[in-house]
Design a protein around this ligand. Sequence first.
Ligand SMILES: Cc1cc2nc3c(=O)[nH]c(=O)nc-3n(C[C@H](O)[C@H](O)[C@H](O)COP(=O)(O)OP(=O)(O)OC[C@H]3O[C@@H](n4cnc5c(N)ncnc54)[C@H](O)[C@@H]3O)c2cc1C
Length: 277
Amino acid sequence: MLTPEEIKENIRLSCQVKVKKDIEIWLPEELFNVKKYKTVVESIKDVTHDIKEVKFKLLEPSEVNFKAGQYMQIIIPPYEKIKEPTQRAYSISSLPSEKNSFELLIRLVPGGIATTYVHNYLKEGDTMEVIGPFGEFYLRDTEADVIGVAGGSGMAPLKSIILDMYEKGITNRNVWYFFGARSLRDLYYVDMFRELEKKWPNFHFVPALSEPLPEDNWEGETGFITDVLDKYIKEKMDQNTPKEGYLCGSPGMINACVNVMTKNGISEDKIYYDKFA
Ligand SMILES: Cc1cc2nc3c(=O)[nH]c(=O)nc-3n(C[C@H](O)[C@H](O)[C@H](O)COP(=O)(O)OP(=O)(O)OC[C@H]3O[C@@H](n4cnc5c(N)ncnc54)[C@H](O)[C@@H]3O)c2cc1C
C-alpha cells in the first residue's frame, strides 16, 4: 500500500496514481486544483549567464490559482534526438495575483533534456503545455520569523513567496533572505530586493559570494552560504523569536543548511524545502 507521501511523489513525477479500489487514500485538497494548461511563451530573458526567466501567458484555461512557492511541470515536446515528450518541474517565480500568466527561472544543465530545449530551442510565441500547480513548499500561516535560503534558480519560489508576503501586507514578520552565488555574474534581482528592503524594514536581503572575482569589487558577504547563515542566526537575529526555514536549491546546499539551522535550535519540522533534484 502506498503512503500519502508516495502517492504525492507519484503524482509529482507522472501526474498519475495507481491505487486499488479498496484502498482508502487521503489526498491534499490542492491536488484537485491541478490542471493541464496550454500556454504561449510571452518573453524569454537572460537573468544570468545560465538562467533564463521565461514568462508564459495562459491560453486555455486562461487563469491559474496557485500558492506562492508551488511549481509546474512543463512538457517538453520531442526535439532532435529526444523522441518522447519529457516532463520537468519548475517553481513559479511570479506572484499568485497575476492569474493570466506565470514566470519560471530555468537554469541550463549542460546536456539536460528540458533545459537545453528551453535555452536553445524555445522561442517567444511558441506554445507549450504545462501541468500544475504542485507542491507543499509555501509559507506557513504563523508569526514566526522567516529564514529563506536559495542558490541559483532556487531563487524562483523564494521570490514568489517574499513578493507575495509584501503584496498581502504580511510585513509584520521578520524575513531574512540569504542568496548564495559563486561570483557576481551568478547574482540577479539584487536591485529589486534592495528596493524591497527600503520599503519593508523587517525584510533583510543577504547575498553572499563564495568565489568573488577581483573585478567584482564585492564588498558584501563572502564564503559559503551555510557559514553566512550560521553567523547571522547567531549574531544578527533575535534569539527569542520562533523561526521557520524555507530552503530551495541543490540537495547538497539544502542538507547543509538544514544542519546549520537545527544546530541553531530550529526544529526540523519547521524547516521546509524543495530539492531541485
Ligand atoms: C520541485 C522541483 C522544482 C524545481 N524547480 C526548478 C526551477 O525553478 N528551476 C530550475 O532550473 N530547475 C528546477 N528544478 C529542476 C528541474 O526539474 C530539472 O531537474 C532540471 O532543470 C534538469 O532538467 P533537464 O531535463 O535539463 O536535465 P536531465 O536531462 O534530467 O538531466 C541531465 C543530466 O544532468 C543531471 N542533472 C539534473 N539536474 C541537475 C541539476 N539541477 N544540476 C546538476 N546536474 C543535474 C542529471 O543527473 C543528468 O545526468 C526543480 C526540480 C524539482 C523537483
